[in-house]
Design a protein around this ligand. Structure first.
Ligand SMILES: [Zn+2]
Length: 423
């Protein structure tokens, strides 16, 4: 059994061409694990820095970029071969200068193919990790060759390992020490912790592998779930959802002939109370965490067309955002509870018929109200007379649970514009 301490990665700034020799040594320090089975979560929430998780729109496939404010970057999967240039362009656009850890969840082409372009790009990569399964396809063999050319050796991940990449803490939950022998079910499953906020990345596991995770008592609770296998009907079972309890469920999916996402899965997700966000409908999705709360943002939609790399907005970027919930005010909750909403856009926005709701399904419908650029409005739950900074729900019962809740803000078309959750 290994018993090394978790070592935070040291950020280094050598240009790629000069970094060759140091990279190998650094790779080892990235992947020092604590003993299998012992999930150590940093005991103290030390910082209020931000972590960003982007579900890059790669069409059918997965590609997830995790970035911390202390300048660490993790990439999980790269979409299909043809999506590789899109992922490289996205990372360059975000000024990523170095990938600390590249994770290949499993060998399927819609996850691993695009990583070939990453390895062939001039982005420095410090470490590569995979599920340790044998390589059989041409894409997998090409990926292996490119990894070797970089002087890197993939580290096999297995349930029970923990690693820290800067402030980002990763718990490896799958594959199990005894693999299932199925490519999808042996996907790397990672729970990423940023203080109180957890993100669960599930690769393409099926209900069979989900049942093993639940039965083994692995820590699965997460506010944000990357839905397994692009919303396949054979994944995301009721038991698993009851254990994870996600507030947000992200489906990374594009045109496909498999029926992803399946109506049954969408129904199970909806019944669990999770808000469903889809890359095929919303483009690249970005979630932010400050360690205590998280929120969503929608950026631009990047589409790779043969020979042409194009970027265009899929819809106007989010501008109206929930910025604060006063859920446990001094004195009476009904008198003091409010939600603060800010217009961060450059022009005034009508909130007429927008809907604010909580996890329990309580809803407030906005009156004819304009929120000016840079302006903030409070939605109080008590009764009162509306003015240009305060709106009143008119309730005589509290709304916002003291032990954790989410607020969802939808526009008049029913499109989710902002989510704000607290533990
Ligand atoms: Zn897949």
């Amino acid at each position: 059994m290994r018993s090394e301490k978790v070592q935070p990665i040291k950020k280094h700034t050598l240009p790629y061409n000069q970094a060759g020799k140091q990279r190998r040594a650094l790779t080892l320090s990235v992947l020092l694990f604590v003993a299998a089975g012992a999930f150590l979560i940093p005991a103290v929430a030390q910082s209020a820095s931000q972590v960003r998780v982007a579900f890059i729109n790669v069409g059918q496939g997965d590609s997830i970029w995790i970035h911390s404010e202390d300048q660490h970057d993790i990439l999980i999967d790269g979409g299909r071969l043809s999506a590789g240039p899109t992922v490289v362009a996205y990372l360059q656009d975000q000024n990523v200068d170095d990938i600390d850890l590249l994770v290949i969840s499993h060998g399927d082409a819609d996850h691993s193919g695009g990583l070939i372009a990453i390895l062939r790009s001039n982005l420095p990569i410090e470490a590569v990790a995979d599920n340790g399964r044998p390589c059989t396809t041409t894409i997998c063999q090409t990926l292996t060759a490119e990894t070797i050319r970089r002087g890197l050796t993939p580290t096999p991940l297995v349930a029970g390992q923990n690693l820290n990449v800067g402030e980002i803490h990763l718990q490896i939950l799958n594959p199990q020490p005894t693999p299932k022998g199925d490519d999808n079910d042996d996907s790397v499953v990672i729970r990423v912790m940023h203080e109180q906020i957890a993100f669960l990345f599930t690769g393409d596991i099926s209900i069979t592998a989900e049942a093993t995770l639940v039965a083994n008592g692995l820590p699965l609770q997460a506010q944000v779930l990357k839905v397994a296998h692009h919303g396949s009907k054979y994944s995301t079972g009721e038991n698993f959802l009851a254990t994870v309890q996600p507030a947000i469920a992200v489906i990374s999916v594009g045109d496909n002939s498999y029926g992803h996402p399946a109506p049954e899965t969408l129904e199970r997700l909806a019944a669990s109370g999770a808000q469903i966000l889809r890359t095929d409908q919303m483009g690249t999705l970005v979630l932010y965490s400050d360690g205590n709360v998280f929120w969503t943002a929608q950026t631009t939609h990047t589409v790779f067309l043969p020979l042409i790399l194009r970027e265009f907005p899929s819809s106007p970027p989010l501008q109206v955002r929930i910025t604060h919930i006063e859920y446990d005010p001094p004195g009476d909750d009904v008198q003091g509870e409010y939600v603060e909403i800010k217009n961060e856009g450059g022009s005034a926005q009508s909130l007429k018929d927008w809907i604010l709701s909580d996890k329990a399904g309580n809803t407030y419908i906005f009156p004819d109200f304009w929120l000016g650029s840079g302006q903030t409005v409070r939605v109080w739950i008590k009764a009162g007379v509306d003015d240009h900074q305060n709106l009143y729900w008119g309730r005589n019962q509290a709304v916002w649970n003291n032990d954790g809740d989410c607020a969802y803000l939808k526009d008049s078309e029913g499109v989710l514009q902002s989510t704000y959750c607290y533990p």
